[in-house]
Design a protein around this ligand. Structure first.
Ligand code: SF4
Length: 444
């Protein structure tokens, strides 16, 4: 272990690295750094800090879609308006600005999102005015994504790989459930800046945000491709690649489009946006959206959370939980979902269970205990099933509503925390706190 660490430390060539990201509403610096002398544990792969542009959203935002000057998203590939990047009021306004009636806009909306049509091209717009269709073919694009590949796991979970206009690839997962509910797990960014240590996507760093059209279309494709096979797709979770609340404008807009009653008509309670804990954006989300919120908690002390979820160095557990306590008082009949990935020897002790009960006290919530899905380069181990059940029982005895979420799709790298494809340059693994080095070292 010691040799391994010192070998890795010697590969840092610059003096300091700050991982930074820009949010639409403010710029935040995640306060951790790599220095030549600090004993951080980093990837075995040799890299220089100066060659890590993909970790910084500031330096590498490359939106594939721009605006048309009226706030309408335009494809840079075709210079046409992206229909799925518009809410219904925006679409209606755009249609009227081209001399057509609102009724035509509603017919178009219903063909794109409703009535089991999910139109992807002009030929599928039956019943629309001929001139209107001609205008659409000249000025509008139906698709922001192209299917690259589909993998099916042994448990029926599907992973769709989509190519974006700029050639980048994202992943979307369809999770059928025997209780008549099928969930689509959508990505909100290409990669992720948050660098959660247990997550494969985090190893990629952040490439760029997805547009609202790219997010919405993942759900449209899911219904179009799989409804006849797996039944109605009823739930959406923003738990794919990316930190949704770092891309909050596009995520709120996409969620609004998904819940429109004349269109995709997902229930707001069944559209869940998950965050690692960006507190200001979380507050904004609770004020502006009526969709559900999940918070990825995963630790009961700042020490552990600072390590496995570096965003905690900016927004500590107390602040995160106090904010939720205050904000949820103002919401009627609303529960937050806490996600807790079970890592053997790291966050699964009886003391963790006791602390967790205290931490969530007074917050209307449910807790999902999630089986950790290993991936290459990860040194964590999943907590054994018997221990997860003991942990669950302790929480339940402490008055928590708690559920177990078993792994789905892991044989196709489609499970929680397994999405994406880190390149040769990866986000750094952080120093393991001393008391966990045995737990981590024994699994290597
Ligand atoms: S767990 Fe979520 S927020 Fe954390 S690195 Fe992975 S994708 Fe990003």
């Amino acid at each position: 272990m010691r040799n391994w660490m010192s070998m890795a430390m010697g590969t840092v060539s610059n003096s300091t690295l700050f991982l930074s990201f820009a949010s639409p509403i403010h710029k935040t610096i995640i306060p951790f750094s790599l220095t030549k002398t600090s004993p951080y544990l980093i990837s075995r792969r040799t890299f220089s800090v100066s060659s890590l542009p993909s970790l910084s959203a500031d330096s590498n935002f490359n939106f594939s879609h721009s605006g048309d000057g009226n706030g309408v998203a335009v494809s840079t590939r075709s210079s046409k308006v992206l229909l799925k990047g518009m809410t219904y009021p925006e679409l209606e306004k755009w249609v009227q600005s081209h001399g057509y009636r609102p009724g035509q806009a509603m017919m178009l909306w219903k063909r794109m999102y409703g009535n089991d049509i999910w139109a992807h091209q002009i030929d599928e717009l039956e019943g629309l005015n001929k001139d209107f269709k001609k205008m659409l073919s000249e000025k509008a694009d139906f698709k922001a994504l192209a299917v690259k590949d589909i993998h099916t796991a042994s448990d029926g979970t599907r992973k769709i790989l989509f190519t974006l206009d700029d050639g980048m690839v994202i992943e979307t997962v369809i999770i059928p459930c025997d209780r008549g509910r099928t969930t689509v797990c959508v990505s909100s960014q290409v990669g992720c800046a948050m660098n959660c240590q247990f997550c494969y996507t985090g190893r990629m760093g952040l490439k760029r945000h997805l547009t609202a059209a790219e997010i919405v279309e993942q759900t449209v494709f899911a219904r179009r491709l799989f409804t006849s096979e797996v039944g109605s797709i009823t739930n959406v979770v923003f738990m794919g690649m990316g930190e949704p609340l770092q891309n909050i404008d596009n995520v709120i807009k996409a969620a609004d489009i998904m819940v429109d009653e004349q269109g995709l008509h997902f229930s707001p309670r069944k559209v869940t946006v998950s965050t690692s804990g960006l507190v200001p954006q979380l507050k904004r989300f609770l004020h502006e959206s009526n969709c559900a919120l999940a918070v990825s908690l995963n630790a009961t002390t700042d020490e552990v959370r600072n390590w496995i979820m570096p965003i905690n160095r900016k927004y500590k557990l107390d602040l995160l939980l106090e904010t939720l306590r205050e904000e949820l008082c103002l919401k009627h009949n609303y529960k937050v979902l806490f996600e807790y990935v079970m890592l053997e020897g790291i966050n699964d002790s009886n003391e963790d269970a006791e602390r967790l009960i205290k931490l969530v006290k007074g917050i209307p919530c449910k807790i999902n205990l999630i089986t950790f899905n290993p991936h290459s380069g990860s040194f964590f181990r999943p907590t054994k099933e018997e221990r997860i059940i003991e942990f669950r029982n302790l929480l339940a005895e402490g008055g928590c509503r708690v559920f177990l979420r078993p792994s789905r799709g892991d044989d196709q790298m489609a499970a929680c925390g397994q999405l994406g494809k880190p390149g040769t340059i990866q986000a750094p693994l952080l120093r393991v706190p001393e008391q966990f080095q045995m737990a981590v070292g024994s699994s290597m």
